[in-house]
Write a protein that binds this ligand. Structure first.
Ligand code: HEC
Length: 254
Protein backbone atom coordinates (compact mmCIF):
# COMPACT_ATOMS: atom_id res chain seq x y z
CA UNK A 1 0.00 0.00 0.00
CA UNK A 2 2.76 2.38 1.07
CA UNK A 3 4.73 1.52 -2.04
CA UNK A 4 1.71 2.13 -4.29
CA UNK A 5 1.18 5.52 -2.67
CA UNK A 6 4.79 6.55 -3.23
CA UNK A 7 4.61 5.45 -6.86
CA UNK A 8 1.37 7.39 -7.31
CA UNK A 9 2.79 10.57 -5.79
CA UNK A 10 5.96 10.22 -7.83
CA UNK A 11 3.82 9.94 -10.90
CA UNK A 12 1.55 12.86 -10.09
CA UNK A 13 4.15 15.43 -9.04
CA UNK A 14 5.68 16.11 -12.46
CA UNK A 15 2.20 16.25 -13.99
CA UNK A 16 1.04 18.81 -11.42
CA UNK A 17 4.26 20.79 -11.78
CA UNK A 18 3.74 20.97 -15.50
CA UNK A 19 0.15 22.13 -15.13
CA UNK A 20 1.14 24.84 -12.67
CA UNK A 21 4.29 25.98 -14.49
CA UNK A 22 2.65 25.76 -17.91
CA UNK A 23 4.86 28.25 -19.81
CA UNK A 24 4.44 32.00 -19.78
CA UNK A 25 0.77 32.57 -20.48
CA UNK A 26 -1.19 34.97 -18.30
CA UNK A 27 -3.75 34.99 -16.76
CA UNK A 28 -4.20 31.32 -15.79
CA UNK A 29 -7.35 31.16 -13.68
CA UNK A 30 -9.62 28.12 -13.44
CA UNK A 31 -13.41 28.22 -13.62
CA UNK A 32 -16.20 25.69 -13.20
CA UNK A 33 -19.28 26.22 -15.35
CA UNK A 34 -22.61 25.89 -13.57
CA UNK A 35 -24.84 24.14 -16.09
CA UNK A 36 -27.96 24.85 -14.06
CA UNK A 37 -27.43 28.62 -14.15
CA UNK A 38 -29.65 29.38 -17.15
CA UNK A 39 -29.60 33.14 -16.47
CA UNK A 40 -25.82 33.15 -16.81
CA UNK A 41 -25.98 31.24 -20.10
CA UNK A 42 -28.69 33.57 -21.42
CA UNK A 43 -26.42 36.55 -20.75
CA UNK A 44 -23.59 34.65 -22.43
CA UNK A 45 -25.76 34.03 -25.49
CA UNK A 46 -26.49 37.75 -25.74
CA UNK A 47 -22.83 38.67 -25.54
CA UNK A 48 -22.04 36.04 -28.15
CA UNK A 49 -24.57 37.29 -30.72
CA UNK A 50 -23.66 40.93 -30.08
CA UNK A 51 -19.88 40.74 -29.98
CA UNK A 52 -18.74 37.54 -31.66
CA UNK A 53 -21.13 36.51 -34.41
CA UNK A 54 -20.12 39.23 -36.84
CA UNK A 55 -16.96 37.17 -37.34
CA UNK A 56 -17.53 33.73 -35.80
CA UNK A 57 -20.33 31.22 -36.30
CA UNK A 58 -21.77 28.51 -34.07
CA UNK A 59 -22.98 26.71 -37.13
CA UNK A 60 -24.01 23.47 -35.37
CA UNK A 61 -26.62 25.30 -33.28
CA UNK A 62 -30.10 26.49 -34.18
CA UNK A 63 -31.47 29.59 -32.48
CA UNK A 64 -34.69 27.93 -31.32
CA UNK A 65 -32.87 24.90 -29.94
CA UNK A 66 -30.63 27.23 -27.92
CA UNK A 67 -33.77 29.06 -26.84
CA UNK A 68 -35.47 25.84 -25.69
CA UNK A 69 -32.39 24.67 -23.77
CA UNK A 70 -31.79 28.03 -22.11
CA UNK A 71 -35.50 28.64 -21.44
CA UNK A 72 -36.02 31.58 -23.79
CA UNK A 73 -39.22 31.49 -25.88
CA UNK A 74 -39.15 31.94 -29.67
CA UNK A 75 -40.39 35.54 -29.63
CA UNK A 76 -37.67 36.50 -27.14
CA UNK A 77 -35.08 34.62 -29.18
CA UNK A 78 -36.08 36.52 -32.29
CA UNK A 79 -36.01 39.86 -30.49
CA UNK A 80 -32.89 39.46 -28.36
CA UNK A 81 -30.63 37.03 -30.14
CA UNK A 82 -31.16 37.45 -33.88
CA UNK A 83 -29.48 40.39 -35.59
CA UNK A 84 -28.85 38.88 -39.01
CA UNK A 85 -30.89 38.70 -42.20
CA UNK A 86 -31.30 35.82 -44.62
CA UNK A 87 -30.42 35.96 -48.29
CA UNK A 88 -33.74 37.64 -49.19
CA UNK A 89 -33.03 40.41 -46.73
CA UNK A 90 -35.66 39.19 -44.22
CA UNK A 91 -34.87 38.76 -40.57
CA UNK A 92 -33.29 35.33 -39.93
CA UNK A 93 -35.90 32.80 -38.70
CA UNK A 94 -35.66 31.21 -35.24
CA UNK A 95 -35.21 27.78 -36.82
CA UNK A 96 -32.06 28.85 -38.66
CA UNK A 97 -28.50 27.85 -37.86
CA UNK A 98 -26.34 30.39 -36.02
CA UNK A 99 -24.28 31.44 -39.01
CA UNK A 100 -23.17 34.80 -40.38
CA UNK A 101 -22.66 36.09 -43.86
CA UNK A 102 -18.99 36.96 -43.73
CA UNK A 103 -17.32 35.39 -46.74
CA UNK A 104 -14.06 33.50 -46.40
CA UNK A 105 -12.40 35.85 -48.90
CA UNK A 106 -13.33 38.94 -46.95
CA UNK A 107 -12.14 37.36 -43.69
CA UNK A 108 -8.80 36.32 -45.12
CA UNK A 109 -8.29 39.80 -46.48
CA UNK A 110 -9.28 41.61 -43.28
CA UNK A 111 -7.61 39.36 -40.71
CA UNK A 112 -5.19 37.23 -42.71
CA UNK A 113 -7.05 34.23 -41.31
CA UNK A 114 -10.64 32.97 -41.23
CA UNK A 115 -12.19 33.33 -37.75
CA UNK A 116 -12.88 29.71 -36.73
CA UNK A 117 -16.36 28.33 -36.06
CA UNK A 118 -16.82 28.33 -32.28
CA UNK A 119 -19.26 25.38 -32.04
CA UNK A 120 -16.68 23.06 -30.51
CA UNK A 121 -14.16 25.55 -29.19
CA UNK A 122 -14.96 24.87 -25.52
CA UNK A 123 -14.08 21.24 -26.06
CA UNK A 124 -10.91 21.80 -28.08
CA UNK A 125 -9.50 24.63 -25.94
CA UNK A 126 -11.25 24.02 -22.63
CA UNK A 127 -13.23 26.55 -20.60
CA UNK A 128 -10.27 27.75 -18.52
CA UNK A 129 -8.30 28.63 -21.63
CA UNK A 130 -11.25 30.56 -23.10
CA UNK A 131 -11.85 32.42 -19.84
CA UNK A 132 -8.22 33.52 -19.73
CA UNK A 133 -7.88 34.24 -23.44
CA UNK A 134 -10.87 36.56 -23.59
CA UNK A 135 -9.52 38.65 -20.67
CA UNK A 136 -5.92 38.75 -21.90
CA UNK A 137 -5.91 41.30 -24.73
CA UNK A 138 -3.31 44.01 -24.08
CA UNK A 139 -1.89 47.06 -25.83
CA UNK A 140 1.10 46.23 -28.04
CA UNK A 141 1.94 48.82 -30.69
CA UNK A 142 4.06 46.34 -32.63
CA UNK A 143 0.96 44.35 -33.63
CA UNK A 144 -1.26 45.15 -36.69
CA UNK A 145 -4.35 45.95 -34.56
CA UNK A 146 -2.17 47.48 -31.82
CA UNK A 147 -3.13 44.60 -29.53
CA UNK A 148 -1.61 41.33 -28.40
CA UNK A 149 -2.82 38.58 -26.06
CA UNK A 150 -1.25 37.09 -22.93
CA UNK A 151 -2.61 33.62 -23.66
CA UNK A 152 -2.45 33.58 -27.49
CA UNK A 153 0.71 35.41 -28.55
CA UNK A 154 0.42 37.42 -31.81
CA UNK A 155 -3.28 36.63 -32.11
CA UNK A 156 -5.06 37.77 -35.28
CA UNK A 157 -8.30 38.68 -33.47
CA UNK A 158 -8.93 42.34 -32.57
CA UNK A 159 -9.84 43.35 -29.00
CA UNK A 160 -13.58 43.27 -29.70
CA UNK A 161 -14.62 43.72 -26.05
CA UNK A 162 -12.55 46.90 -25.56
CA UNK A 163 -15.63 49.06 -24.90
CA UNK A 164 -16.51 46.78 -21.98
CA UNK A 165 -13.07 45.91 -20.59
CA UNK A 166 -11.10 49.00 -21.56
CA UNK A 167 -7.43 48.83 -22.50
CA UNK A 168 -4.72 47.26 -20.38
CA UNK A 169 -0.92 47.04 -20.44
CA UNK A 170 1.09 44.13 -19.07
CA UNK A 171 3.24 44.12 -15.91
CA UNK A 172 6.40 42.14 -16.59
CA UNK A 173 8.65 40.20 -14.21
CA UNK A 174 11.22 37.39 -14.32
CA UNK A 175 9.67 33.98 -13.86
CA UNK A 176 10.86 30.37 -13.98
CA UNK A 177 9.23 28.48 -16.84
CA UNK A 178 8.34 24.76 -17.08
CA UNK A 179 11.92 23.86 -18.08
CA UNK A 180 13.41 25.72 -15.12
CA UNK A 181 14.71 28.61 -17.28
CA UNK A 182 14.39 32.26 -16.25
CA UNK A 183 12.10 34.12 -18.65
CA UNK A 184 10.51 37.55 -18.70
CA UNK A 185 6.76 36.97 -18.43
CA UNK A 186 3.49 38.82 -17.90
CA UNK A 187 2.49 38.69 -14.24
CA UNK A 188 -0.40 41.16 -14.25
CA UNK A 189 -2.26 43.89 -16.15
CA UNK A 190 -2.85 47.58 -15.46
CA UNK A 191 -5.90 49.24 -16.98
CA UNK A 192 -4.78 52.35 -18.88
CA UNK A 193 -8.19 53.29 -20.27
CA UNK A 194 -11.26 52.01 -18.40
CA UNK A 195 -14.18 50.41 -20.19
CA UNK A 196 -17.88 50.41 -19.31
CA UNK A 197 -17.47 47.54 -16.83
CA UNK A 198 -15.45 47.09 -13.64
CA UNK A 199 -12.97 44.21 -13.52
CA UNK A 200 -15.36 41.95 -11.60
CA UNK A 201 -18.27 42.78 -13.91
CA UNK A 202 -16.11 42.05 -16.93
CA UNK A 203 -14.93 38.75 -15.41
CA UNK A 204 -18.59 37.82 -14.88
CA UNK A 205 -19.44 38.73 -18.49
CA UNK A 206 -16.66 36.47 -19.76
CA UNK A 207 -17.67 33.69 -17.37
CA UNK A 208 -21.23 33.86 -18.79
CA UNK A 209 -19.94 33.90 -22.36
CA UNK A 210 -17.66 30.90 -21.78
CA UNK A 211 -20.57 29.10 -20.10
CA UNK A 212 -22.61 29.64 -23.24
CA UNK A 213 -19.77 28.37 -25.46
CA UNK A 214 -19.46 25.34 -23.18
CA UNK A 215 -23.19 24.63 -23.58
CA UNK A 216 -22.98 25.09 -27.38
CA UNK A 217 -20.14 22.58 -27.59
CA UNK A 218 -22.21 19.88 -25.90
CA UNK A 219 -25.93 20.69 -25.87
CA UNK A 220 -26.90 17.14 -24.92
CA UNK A 221 -24.81 17.01 -21.76
CA UNK A 222 -27.65 17.91 -19.44
CA UNK A 223 -29.95 15.26 -20.95
CA UNK A 224 -27.18 12.70 -20.84
CA UNK A 225 -26.52 13.34 -17.17
CA UNK A 226 -30.20 13.06 -16.30
CA UNK A 227 -30.51 9.79 -18.20
CA UNK A 228 -27.35 8.53 -16.47
CA UNK A 229 -28.79 9.22 -13.03
CA UNK A 230 -32.02 7.44 -13.97
CA UNK A 231 -30.12 4.37 -15.16
CA UNK A 232 -28.09 4.17 -11.93
CA UNK A 233 -31.26 4.44 -9.81
CA UNK A 234 -32.92 1.73 -11.90
CA UNK A 235 -29.93 -0.59 -11.56
CA UNK A 236 -29.86 -0.03 -7.83
CA UNK A 237 -33.57 -0.88 -7.42
CA UNK A 238 -33.08 -3.90 -9.65
CA UNK A 239 -30.20 -5.05 -7.44
CA UNK A 240 -32.46 -5.05 -4.38
CA UNK A 241 -35.15 -6.94 -6.25
CA UNK A 242 -32.63 -9.49 -7.54
CA UNK A 243 -31.27 -9.98 -4.05
CA UNK A 244 -34.67 -10.88 -2.59
CA UNK A 245 -35.47 -13.04 -5.57
CA UNK A 246 -32.24 -14.96 -5.07
CA UNK A 247 -33.07 -15.42 -1.40
CA UNK A 248 -36.51 -16.74 -2.31
CA UNK A 249 -35.17 -19.22 -4.90
CA UNK A 250 -32.45 -20.61 -2.66
CA UNK A 251 -34.28 -20.76 0.64
CA UNK A 252 -35.30 -24.45 0.35
CA UNK A 253 -31.91 -25.61 -0.88
CA UNK A 254 -29.76 -24.07 1.88
C1 HEC B 1 -13.69 41.27 -35.96
C2 HEC B 1 -13.77 39.84 -36.07
C3 HEC B 1 -13.83 39.02 -34.78
C4 HEC B 1 -14.72 39.17 -33.77
C5 HEC B 1 -15.87 40.16 -33.65
C6 HEC B 1 -14.41 38.13 -32.81
N1 HEC B 1 -13.34 37.39 -33.24
FE1 HEC B 1 -12.55 35.76 -32.33
N2 HEC B 1 -11.18 35.58 -33.82
C7 HEC B 1 -11.11 36.39 -34.93
C8 HEC B 1 -9.99 35.94 -35.74
C9 HEC B 1 -9.55 36.54 -37.05
C10 HEC B 1 -9.41 34.84 -35.06
C11 HEC B 1 -8.20 34.01 -35.48
C12 HEC B 1 -7.01 34.50 -34.72
C13 HEC B 1 -5.73 33.76 -35.00
O1 HEC B 1 -5.77 32.55 -35.23
O2 HEC B 1 -4.68 34.42 -34.97
C14 HEC B 1 -10.19 34.64 -33.85
C15 HEC B 1 -9.91 33.68 -32.91
C16 HEC B 1 -10.71 33.39 -31.83
C17 HEC B 1 -10.49 32.31 -30.90
C18 HEC B 1 -9.31 31.35 -30.92
C19 HEC B 1 -9.63 30.17 -31.75
C20 HEC B 1 -8.52 29.19 -31.74
O3 HEC B 1 -8.59 28.26 -30.96
O4 HEC B 1 -7.56 29.38 -32.49
C21 HEC B 1 -11.50 32.35 -30.00
C22 HEC B 1 -11.73 31.41 -28.84
C23 HEC B 1 -12.34 33.46 -30.35
N3 HEC B 1 -11.83 34.08 -31.46
C24 HEC B 1 -13.46 33.82 -29.64
C25 HEC B 1 -14.18 34.98 -29.89
C26 HEC B 1 -15.28 35.42 -29.07
C27 HEC B 1 -15.82 34.68 -27.86
C28 HEC B 1 -15.72 36.59 -29.60
C29 HEC B 1 -16.81 37.48 -29.06
C30 HEC B 1 -16.52 38.09 -27.78
C31 HEC B 1 -14.92 36.85 -30.78
N4 HEC B 1 -13.99 35.86 -30.92
C32 HEC B 1 -15.10 37.93 -31.63
C33 HEC B 1 -11.95 37.42 -35.25
C34 HEC B 1 -12.95 37.90 -34.46
Amino acid sequence: MKKTLIVMIGFLLPVMGFAAGGGASFPSDDITIDWDDKASMQRGARTFVNYCMSCHEASYSRYNRVGADLEIDDAQVSENLIFTTDKNGDKTKVGALMTNSMGADYASEAFGIIPPDLSLIARSRGVDWLYNYLRAFYVDESRPFGMNNGVFDKVGMPHVLADLQGYQVPKMAMKVDANGDQIEAIVGFDIVKPGALSKSEFDQTIYDLVGFLDYVSEPYRQTRQNVGTGVIIFLFLFLILAYFLKKEFWKDIN
